[in-house]
Design a protein around this ligand. Sequence first.
Ligand SMILES: Cc1cc2nc3c(=O)[nH]c(=O)nc-3n(C[C@H](O)[C@H](O)[C@H](O)COP(=O)(O)OP(=O)(O)OC[C@H]3O[C@@H](n4cnc5c(N)ncnc54)[C@H](O)[C@@H]3O)c2cc1C
Length: 311
Amino acid sequence: MSQNQNYQTHEYDVLVIGAGGAGLRAAIEASAAGVSVALVCKSLLGKAHTVMAEGGIAAALANVDSQDNWKTHFCDTMLGGKMLNNWRMAQLHAQDAPQRVKELEHWGAVFDRTKDGKILQRAFGGHTYKRLCHVGDRTGLEMIRTLQDQGVHRGINVYMECTITKLIKDGERISGAFGYYREDGRYVLFKAKAVILATGGVGKSFSVTSNSWEYTGDGQALAYEAGADLIDMEFVQFHPTGMVWPPGVRGLLVTEGVRGEGGILRNKAGERFMFRYLPEGSKKDFAETDEEAAKWVDAAVSGQKTEARII
Ligand SMILES: Cc1cc2nc3c(=O)[nH]c(=O)nc-3n(C[C@H](O)[C@H](O)[C@H](O)COP(=O)(O)OP(=O)(O)OC[C@H]3O[C@@H](n4cnc5c(N)ncnc54)[C@H](O)[C@@H]3O)c2cc1C
């Protein structure tokens, strides 16, 4: 590190901006390749949004429903995205997820178990089979704890409470990033051969959100200002089980797992109202009446049908 009177300068092979699941995993991979790695986060290490993930990690391990496989996971993902998804990303995700879950387990994550000792999987909205590997309703916490442990023991240098405000360019090439420490406003410059953006989402664009103050789309803005094109920015996940009232719980998420387990949404008149908002063409995939929903739940509980497309 060098210290100019106005700012510190650090030099690394790889700079990862963001210390959620994505950033930590990227930092571990870079470090495993033998290069020097810095990891920067806006809040404390371990506080990223990944911690809040409740329902679990979708991976076609087929531990509970033996018919499951990556191809069905891929189909579910494409159908969920109304075929607008980047199919290659969806394919890689479906193919690699089981390996990533096993890797987490190997690194010390303790998942809930089936009676015969395999990783337990639960039903979830949009998934044909029971596929969500979980740790109660605190899967994200276990994930981040595990990745953090791996990262820190590999010697990755972590810069906490440090907000990156600009990517530095050398001609057309990204050569680092500039930011400040939130604690006292000190400036900091990172020079790096490669910069990875993993700054999470844009949830704070909405007045009611489960996202914390950190999720202001910084990575997207940094990339855009540096000349990148942004695509698919309109695709934001809305949970129908987010709380809006009473005020004390506004923005809290009731895990989507409750719907996977057969929970049904009703309005204050007791009506199942979500069906009204389904696009034409997809109504056949969902239970319309209580009776139909009850049959689906029975089928799911008895293991004949595990689709959780009940609204
Ligand atoms: C309540 C809730 C429940 C969820 N449940 C599930 C679930 O059950 N299953 C599932 O698969 N997904 C779930 N998700 C979604 C999932 O948690 C996220 O998609 C995932 O955690 C995103 O990980 P990430 O690493 O991309 O970003 P994050 O975990 O959001 O991390 C972003 C990182 O970037 C840092 N950062 C941001 N801006 C800057 C900046 N300018 N400078 C420096 N650092 C910066 C932040 O400090 C943080 O460290 C849930 C999300 C929420 C909110």
